[in-house]
Design a protein. Sequence first.
Length: 202
Amino acid sequence: MYMYIVGFTGSHCTGKTTTARLAKTELENRGYKVLLIQEVVRKLNKHELGTISAQLTIHKLMAEELAKARNSNYDIVLTDRTPLDVAYYTLYYAIKNSWSARALELAKRLIESSIAITVSFYDLLIFMDGLEVIPIEDDGFRLTDEHSRICIDIIAKLMIRLLPNHMKVVYIKPNRPAEEVAAEVANIIERMLEKHNGYQSF
């Protein structure tokens, strides 16, 4: 069976982690073997995230996790964030923190690489469009101001438009119980996977 790779993307505090975790359980209950790659950014120090070096490290860690996943025997791989998310935050911090010309050049290459890896690895992106329905919570790590969340949401939606037409993106509004949202996502993934495997069988 083809390994289907799905990324949960979007601004912070929009339901990505919760939906990914519950969707994993839902898909496993349906008989699929599912790997969930946790958010790698949490391996870094929160206070370093606004630097180009931190974003390069996140990009590297994520690429390594995806490469390992491709060599596994799961039916479905879910990732809490994607390389594209690195591009969102790289652009946000580059502007917010007035990065140097050298850092901006590195940021340009990083953004290009993040888009390329996303297109290369992923079959489906689930964009969690939860800005208007999920309040910001301080978990000791995330950005907690509404301004940053709105900025990232704008950047993310613009960058999604840069993806090639064949890249599948589904927007999910988490405006109902989390279990219902996860079931909807699981249904979408299952339909897409069955459709893909159907094409592959010809």
